[in-house]
Design a protein around this ligand. Structure first.
Ligand SMILES: Cc1cc2nc3c(=O)[nH]c(=O)nc-3n(C[C@H](O)[C@H](O)[C@H](O)COP(=O)(O)OP(=O)(O)OC[C@H]3O[C@@H](n4cnc5c(N)ncnc54)[C@H](O)[C@@H]3O)c2cc1C
Length: 444
């Protein structure tokens, strides 16, 4: 039998809720991709010992944030990316508190305080509060039509501007400014350009995707995106925005002024660590966790982009899925499966752009560099070797062998015998590898 209600004690509202019996209260704060995947992993195992509550400040159930770029580009729609509608939680006996923010964790009382002034108790708390868009130091960011690119709400607003542009089309040009030449900025620029907006992207580094690609590959990428009607200004930053209420222009540090009616700031992410750190949990860049996703308080775990593990934070889902499995194993089966932060390859969700990057991407004296380059065809393939092992791969234009190289990199395979064939494609290096094996077998 489920009891639900509120107890007012010393002027404070406490929740009285729970399944009678000995179920532990498992409270998940944040209902993004990490929470969604954790719920799947918990349900796959035995979650009957827990009464699960999820509380999130977005209205929707957990959705596929990765797919916001294809939604903006018009390649899919919003319903297709909502992985867990409200009925999903209801059908599985999970309590979902939507559109409510957790303001504080009160560890001594083992409860959280919500934006509505209520207190929810927990036996075990999981922080899955993600991150937020990084801020830039430009002036006048309060003007209308300056957006982030993080949530369904952001994309909804951007699509509204694009729809308005569509209605006005041919009468005026809508100039859109995107700040940031990383994965998110490029995907935002591509989506807006597809909507027919005139897009300029300002990036403070000397080439695009400078954290994943070398300068040559960044240049190839720029060329392909210019053909998709995106204009680039590199080595520059926005100093201030201008307009009365509505955005009208942006002035760059170089002094150049750009007319724009819409701006998307996509310069990186900042982990939402404050909730955990204000409660006294250890951490610096994020909430610190051990290899089992436990924080410095044994009754609190953390997963996703709010986490710091061995000094590293996270911005891609692949390692976060591993964190969810580790935590589900510990909570449901009491199994200690350590999380390991392994390298993840980079992909860009822009149709017609084939790129792959994993591991090291800037050549140094320590590397042996193998390069194939065809400027006219726009093909660039670079492998970096150290001690006869692949430690980095950058592919542009033809990324077919990326996964193979990544496997060799992850497995630390000795490629000394196949190195001359590696860039020629799978047929060559596999043949040659098998040849070496059979030669070896004969010799033995
Ligand atoms: C446009 C876009 C494209 C992306 N593309 C890729 C990609 O191609 N590949 C890839 O690997 N990754 C991609 N990512 C990154 C990926 O989406 C994130 O790594 C992932 O969403 C992180 O999951 P999370 O649960 O930690 O954070 P989130 O998904 O952000 O979830 C955190 C949730 O917690 C809520 N919250 C925060 N504070 C509170 C609070 N105090 N109380 C209640 N709720 C709170 C937030 O509103 C949010 O709903 C992309 C991200 C974006 C924005």
């Amino acid at each position: 039998m489920v009891q639900q209600g509120w107890l007012v004690w010393c002027g404070e509202r406490y929740e009285v809720a729970g399944v009678t019996g000995k179920k532990k209260k498992l409270l998940i704060v944040g209902n993004g991709m990490a929470a969604g995947r954790l719920l799947d992993e918990l349900i796959k195992r035995d979650v009957s010992g827990f009464e699960v509550t999820v509380i999130g400040d977005e209205r929707q159930g957990s959705y596929n944030r990765i797919m916001l770029s294809p939604v903006l580009a018009g390649e899919t729609d919003v319903p297709a990316i909502i992985g867990k509608p409200s009925s999903w939680y209801r059908d599985r006996g999970i309590r979902f508190v939507s559109g409510v923010q957790v303001k504080a964790v009160e560890r001594e009382r083992k409860c959280v305080l919500t934006s509505e002034g209520n207190r929810l108790r927990y036996d075990h708390l999981i922080l899955a509060v993600g991150s937020r868009p990084a801020k830039i130091p430009a002036e006048n960011q309060q003007l209308n039509n300056i957006y982030s690119f993080r949530t369904l709400r952001d994309v909804d607003r951007l699509l509204n501007v694009a729809r308005f542009h569509d209605r006005q089309s041919r009468k005026t040009d809508t100039d859109a400014l995107v700040i940031g030449g990383g994965l998110l900025g490029l995907e935002a620029a591509y989506g807006l350009a597809l909507k027919g907006l005139r897009v300029t992207l300002v990036h403070r580094s000397g080439w695009l995707l400078n954290r994943q690609l070398d300068k040559t590959a960044g240049g190839y990428l720029q060329r392909v995106l210019e053909e998709k009607n995106i204009r680039f200004i590199l080595n520059d930053e926005v100093a201030r925005f201008s307009g009365s209420h509505e955005l009208k222009s942006a002035e760059l540090k170089s002094g150049q002024s750009l007319s724009c009616k819409l701006c998307v700031i996509a310069t990186g992410i900042t982990p939402n660590k404050e909730l955990g750190l204000a409660a006294g949990l250890k951490g610096a860049r994020g909430v610190a966790v051990n290899p089992y996703m436990a924080t410095s308080d044994e009754d609190i775990s953390a997963i996703g982009e709010c986490v710091e593990f061995k000094g590293e934070t996270f911005g891609l889902v692949e390692p976060i899925w591993q964190q969810c499995i580790t935590l589900a194993e510990r909570l449901c089966n009491n199994i200690k499966l350590p999380f390991e932060n392994t390298p993840v390859p980079t992909k860009l969700k822009v149709s017609g752009v084939n790129l792959f990057s994993a591991g090291d991407f800037i050549t140094t004296d320590e590397h042996r560099e193998l390069v194939y380059r065809d400027d006219k065809a726009g093909i660039y393939r670079k492998l970096l070797l150290r001690d006869n092992r692949i430690v980095g791969a950058v592919l542009f234009g033809d990324a077919r062998d990326g996964q193979d190289y990544f496997t060799m990199l992850s497995e630390k395979k000795d490629v000394s015998k196949i190195a001359p064939f590696l860039l020629m494609g799978r047929a060559f290096y596999q043949d040659s590898d098998q040849q070496q094996d059979s030669d070896g077998a004969v010799a033995a």
